[in-house]
Write a protein that binds this ligand. Sequence first.
Ligand SMILES: [Zn+2]
Length: 138
Amino acid sequence: MKNFLSSLQLKIRQFMQGRCGPDELTRALYIAALALMLLGAITRLGLFSSLALVAMIWAIYRMLSRNYAARDAERAKWREIKSFFRDELSLLKSRWRDRKTHKYFRCPACKKALRVPRGKGTVKVTCPRCGNRITKKT
Ligand SMILES: [Zn+2]
């Protein structure tokens, strides 16, 4: 039995050689597939189960792929999307925490979130990212 398992392990290792293997996007796809399967089971809608299947196939395809450049590009895009949502969530938390003391707005030129103290009248703000000068009522 132990011999069989070690030979199976060797065969799997040989099969996976040169392939991308699992990464954070693959894991996210598996989690999404699992969540979609549960949703499909609860709602009895075939759409969720179909989407779960697509996510699962995409995850397996990514793991077995030998095209590192394409998979790296997908992973980079995934990180970009993930960090966008993480930043927006963090901004929401800050806005809620500082709601009585500060006012938040976005730079009209570059869309960076800016924060000014409340109750200081009209202030001129220089955007730290693009240098745009904005006049705001606080
Ligand atoms: Zn700006």
